[in-house]
Design a protein around this ligand. Structure first.
Ligand code: HEM
Length: 320
């Protein structure tokens, strides 16, 4: 009898483990019955925000990256500091740099109005990233859904896991490998820098001290980014000097002509193993589009909270 009870509890345990493994899968159809209008609501709001300011597409795409690299895609990046929580927004890679929080809050309000307590902020970020890319002329892909939101955030882990622009290829590869992403994912995802802007402090060293760099490109960037720091550090430059607001493959042609803005961009084409991938993406837009779509799905799969883990936040910037 004892043996029987323990074998029954073992069966229950195994069944429970299998169920939790099954719910750990994200699914494209997750909201099809619970919130059929979720995706169209997010898309309209993103399209409106990007039409209002094209850079917002870049900012929303980056939010998803900075979410996923810190303890998985769980909307931890959206939690604002309060009396009890030291969030990720004040972490070095994010502070004064991440944007789009009020746009996400606004999307969440609209989604709550059609489906209360149903759609996670983490999923909103994943869908908004895709819709931003599409709004700026880039590829589309099917977003897997069913992530839940964290009840915590970690400034420490943000500073540990988000790669800085000073990284060389070896460190970048290691940082991505640490999130189960390949070198191919690294090269494709870096193509996100075909849109958006960077602050002078993040490329000053490159435009004054680094070789190789296209001389006229360096001179033109220096005009708006003084050599010494005191003022002007927040001056901005487009990450893609050729077509700053179009999600295309010009980022890679820029790298081939030594016009990468960040050090971490140019190291992808600097006489190493990733050169051939960069050249391929520079000359083959559809190869880039499909690699980017695949890599975004891979990034969106980083350590999701599913099933009963976490919560569905009512307001993306604070826990329930
Ligand atoms: C490979 C390692 C990466 C490094 C070192 C890096 C670093 C940076 C830095 C320093 C900036 C400028 C921030 C500022 O000056 O305020 C930036 C901007 C941006 N990053 Fe990355 N990034 C990386 C990968 C990615 C990935 C994987 C994505 C998305 C898939 C991404 C999307 C963006 C976008 C869209 C912007 C512009 C944001 C805006 O204009 O608001 N980055 N990145």
């Amino acid at each position: 009898m004892v043996a029987c009870a323990s074998s029954l509890s073992l069966t229950v345990l195994v069944a429970a483990m299998m169920a939790s493994a099954a719910t750990a899968q994200l699914s494209a159809t997750f909201y099809d019955t619970s919130c059929p209008n979720a995706l169209s609501t997010i898309r309209s709001a993103v399209t409106a925000a990007v039409n209002n300011e094209s850079r917002m597409g870049a900012s929303l795409l980056r939010l998803h990256f900075h979410d996923c690299f810190v303890d998985g895609c769980d909307a931890s990046v959206l939690l604002a500091d309060n009396g009890t929580l030291v969030g990720e927004q004040g972490a070095i890679p994010n502070n004064g740099s991440l944007r789009g929080f009020s746009v996400v809050d606004n999307i969440k309000r609209q989604v709550e109005a059609v489906c209360p307590r149903t759609v996670s902020c983490a999923d909103i970020l994943a869908v908004a990233a895709r819709d931003s890319v599409v709004a700026l002329g880039g590829p589309s892909w099917t977003v897997l859904l069913g992530r839940r939101d964290s009840t915590t955030a970690s400034k420490t882990n943000a500073e540990r896991d988000l790669p800085p622009p000073s990284f060389d290829l070896v460190n970048l590869t290691a940082s991505f490998a640490n999130k189960n992403l390949s070198t191919a994912d690294l090269v494709a995802l870096s193509g996100a820098h075909t849109i958006g802007q960077a602050q002078c402090q993040n490329f000053r060293d490159r435009i004054y001290n680094e070789t190789p760099i296209d001389a006229s490109f360096a001179t033109s960037r220096q005009a708006n980014c003084p050599r010494t720091a005191p003022t002007g550090d927040t001056n901005l430059a487009p990450l893609d000097t050729t077509t700053p607001n179009a999600f295309d493959n010009a980022y890679y042609s820029n790298l081939v002509s030594q016009k990468g803005l960040l050090h971490s961009d140019q190291v992808l084409f600097n006489g190493s193993s990733t050169d051939s991938m960069v050249s391929n993406f520079a000359s083959n837009a559809s190869a880039f589009s499909s690699a980017f779509a695949t890599a975004m799905v891979n990034m969106g799969n980083i350590a999701p909270k599913t099933g009963t883990a976490g919560e569905i936040r009512l307001n993306c910037s604070r826990v329930n």
